[in-house]
Design a protein around this ligand. Structure first.
Ligand code: GLN
Length: 541
C-alpha cells in the first residue's frame, strides 16, 4: 500500500509522563513551520470509547473539538501548538476500535470469518491511521502508554505493519525515553533506554530517533553509546531537558539538531522552520514585563490538569502582552467557609470556570457577587455563566430561589434548565432528559453565535458571527431574560434561540459566556474574549 502522507509514530519507553504529547506536538510544529501540511493523531489504548465520562481527577481535562468529539487533553496541546482544528478522526481509543469491529461483525460484514485481533482489530486501527493522514504531507501519531503494555500491543502491531508496507523514507519511529541521573553514581544512565528499545525491536519496530528525557545535558559520548547500542544515527539522539515552558520545547529540539535527521530521513526539500514569531512569544513567557493576579475559582483544584486548556489560554494572552499571570487558586468550598473578600481580596480579576455538580456552588456564587459589587473584572465560563445569572437573579432581580435544575431538580425557579430537544452540530435533532445516559448527551462542539453591537463580546470578536465550542447539559431559561435585562444584565449573544453570553454594561468589565473559549486559543492566536479579560485585569491595576 502506498500512502502519500509521511507518518511519524511517537512511542514511549521506560515510564509514562515523559512528555510524548509535547514531543509529538513540537515535532509537528517544526514541520508545519517548515512549510509542510501537518496533522496529528492520538491513540489512547484504554477501553473507554472516549474520555467524556471519566472524572477530571482521573484523566485531567476532557478536550472538545469543533465537531463535538470529547478527546484526550493531548489534542488540546496539538491544536494549541499547530493552531489548527482537529476532530473525531484525530483521537482513537481501544473502545472505539473494538466497538467498530463488533458492530461490523453483528452486521455480518465479515461473514464466515473468525474475528481476531490480527488481522481484524489491527486492520481497523490501520484504517483509522490512514484516514487521519488523508490530505496531509505529515501525520504525527502519538501512541499513549509505554512500550510493553498489554493494551498497546495491537497498536504497535499496526505501527509495525504500516512501517513495513510503506517506503522506508515515508515512515519514522521516534522513541521517547528516560535517561535518569543517578545521584549516588553521579551519572546519567542509558540502560533503561537500551532495554526499552530492545522491547520495541522484539515487537519488530526499529526506532529512527531517540528523544531522551534527562535532567542534565546529554554528553556527546552518551549520545554515541545510545546510538551504537540502539542502532540509531548519532545525530538522531536528541536530548529533552525539562523546559521552563512547553512552548520552548520546539526551540530546544531545534537547538539540539532535530531538523537535520528529519530532513535526511524524509528527504525534505524545504528549508529550516521559520520560528521568529514563536520564539518572541516564548521569550515573553520566560521574561514577562508585567504582572497580574488572577483569582481562579474552581473545585478540582487538586488536579490542575482538569483546567489545562484554560490555563494555557491564559498564558497565551500573557505571552502576547508580556504579562506573568499569577494564578491564585481559590477553592470554592474555602470561600464558603471564610468569605470571598478574604480569599479574593488581593486579585486583579476573577474567573469562575466550568464545572459539574452542586459541590462548592455557594462559594462560586459569593465569588461572583464579590467581583460584581466591587467592580472587579469578571469572566464566567459555562457554569461560571450559569451561576452569574443565578447570582444576579437572586441578589439584584429579587428571585430569591433562582437556581439551576442541576442542583435542584424540582425547583420552582429554574433559571438554568434542561432543554429536551436541540439540534446538534451535525444538524440532527437530539433528545435528552434527566434520565438520559451521561455518555455523549451534552451539547458538544462548535456552535455559531451572533454578538450584539456595542458589547464587549462584539468588540473582542470583531466579526459579529463567530463560533465557539460547548460542553454542557443545561441552558439559560429565556423566561428570565426580560427581568434580567430590565435589571441591568444584558444578553450580549445568542446561539440560535439559546442565550450564549451576558454582560453588565454598568460594571467595569463583567462578561459571562456559555461556551468554552479556552478550547480555541493557541500560542500564536490567543482567544479574543480571554485576551480582553486579561487586558481588563491589566487596565484596572
Ligand atoms: N454543569 C453545567 C452544565 O452541564 C456546566 C457545564 C460546564 O461548565 N462545562 O450545563
Amino acid at each position: 500500500m502506498n500512502n502519500k502522507c509521511n507518518i511519524i509514530f511517537v512511542t514511549g519507553g521506560v515510564l509514562s509522563s515523559l512528555g510524548k504529547g509535547i514531543t509529538a506536538a513540537s515535532v509537528a510544529t517544526i514541520l508545519k513551520h517548515s512549510g509542510y501540511k501537518t496533522t496529528m493523531l492520538k491513540i489512547d489504548p484504554y477501553l473507554n470509547v472516549d474520555p467524556g465520562t471519566m472524572s477530571p481527577l482521573e484523566h485531567g481535562e476532557v478536550f472538545v473539538t469543533d465537531d463535538g468529539a470529547e478527546t484526550d487533553l493531548d489534542l488540546g496541546h496539538y491544536e494549541r501548538f499547530l493552531n489548527t482544528n482537529l476532530g473525531k478522526k484525530n483521537n482513537i481509543t481501544t473502545g472505539q476500535i473494538y466497538s467498530a469491529v463488533i458492530k461490523k461483525e453483528r452486521q455480518g460484514k465479515y461473514l464466515g470469518q473468525t474475528i481476531q485481533v490480527i488481522p481484524h482489530i489491527v486492520d481497523e486501527i490501520k484504517t483509522a491511521i490512514y484516514k487521519a493522514s488523508k490530505g496531509f504531507e505529515f501525520l504525527i501519531v502519538e501512541l499513549g502508554g509505554t512500550v510493553g503494555d498489554i493494551e498497546g500491543a495491537p497498536f504497535l502491531e499496526a505501527v509495525r505493519e504500516i512501517i513495513f508496507e510503506n517506503d522506508r523514507h515515508q515512515t519514522m519511529n521516534i522513541h521517547v525515553t528516560l535517561v535518569p541521573f543517578l545521584k549516588a553514581a553521579g551519572e546519567l544512565k542509558t540502560k533503561p533506554t537500551q532495554h526499552s528499545v530492545q522491547e520495541l525491536r522484539r515487537i519488530g519496530i526499529q526506532p529512527h530517533m531517540l528523544v531522551c528525557r534527562c535532567e542534565k545535558n546529554l554528553p556527546e559520548q552518551l549520545k554515541k553509546k545510545l546510538a551504537f547500542s540502539c542502532d540509531v544515527p548519532i545525530d538522531a539522539v536528541i536530548q529533552a531537558k525539562d523546559a521552563k515552558t512547553i512552548y520552548a520545547v520546539p526551540m530546544e529540539f531545534l537547538q539540539d539538531g532535530i531538523f537535520e535527521p528529519l530532513a535526511k530521513h524524509f528527504k525534505l526539500d524545504k528549508t529550516r522552520p521559520d520560528m521568529a514569531k514563536w520564539s518572541l512569544l516564548v521569550e515573553n513567557l520566560l521574561k514577562p514585563r508585567q504582572k497580574l493576579k488572577l483569582a481562579f475559582v474552581g473545585k478540582y483544584l487538586k488536579l490542575k490538569e482538569a483546567y489545562k486548556s484554560l490555563l494555557e489560554a491564559i498564558s497565551h494572552s500573557g505571552a502576547k502582552h508580556s504579562v506573568k499571570v499569577e494564578i491564585v487558586w481559590c477553592d470554592s468550598e474555602d470561600i464558603e467557609k471564610v468569605g470571598a473578600s478574604e480569599i479574593l481580596g488581593e486579585c486583579d480579576c476573577v474567573l469562575v470556570a466550568g464545572g459539574f455538580g452542586d459541590r462548592g456552588i455557594q462559594g462560586k456564587i459569593e465569588a461572583i457577587k464579590y467581583a460584581r459589587t466591587n467592580d472587579i473584572p469578571y469572566l464566567g465560563i459555562c457554569l461560571g455563566m450559569q451561576l452569574a445569572i443565578v447570582e444576579y437573579l437572586q441578589n439584584v432581580v429579587g428571585v430569591k430561589d433562582a437556581t439551576s435544575v442541576e442542583f435542584d431538580e424540582n425547583t420552582k425557579e429554574p433559571a438554568i434548565y434542561l432543554i429536551e430537544q436541540f439540534i446538534s452540530t451535525t444538524g440532527e435533532q437530539q433528545f435528552r432528559t434527566t434520565k438520559s445516559p451521561l455518555g455523549g448527551t451534552m451539547r458538544l462542539g462548535a456552535y455559531d453565535f451572533t454578538a450584539k453591537d456595542g458589547t464587549i463580546l462584539a468588540k473582542a470578536y470583531k466579526e459579529k458571527k463567530q463560533s465557539e465550542r460547548h460542553r454542557h447539559r443545561y441552558e439559560v431559561n429565556p423566561v428570565y431574560k426580560d427581568r434580567l435585562q430590565k435589571a441591568g444584565m444584558i444578553v450580549s449573544a445568542h446561539s440560535g434561540k439559546l442565550i450564549e453570553a451576558v454582560e453588565i454594561p454598568s460594571h467595569n468589565w463583567f462578561v459571562a459566556v456559555q461556551f468554552h473559549p479556552e478550547f480555541t486559543s493557541s500560542l500564536e492566536y490567543p482567544n479574543p474574549i480571554i485576551d480582553e479579560f486579561i487586558k481588563a485585569g491589566l487596565d484596572g491595576k
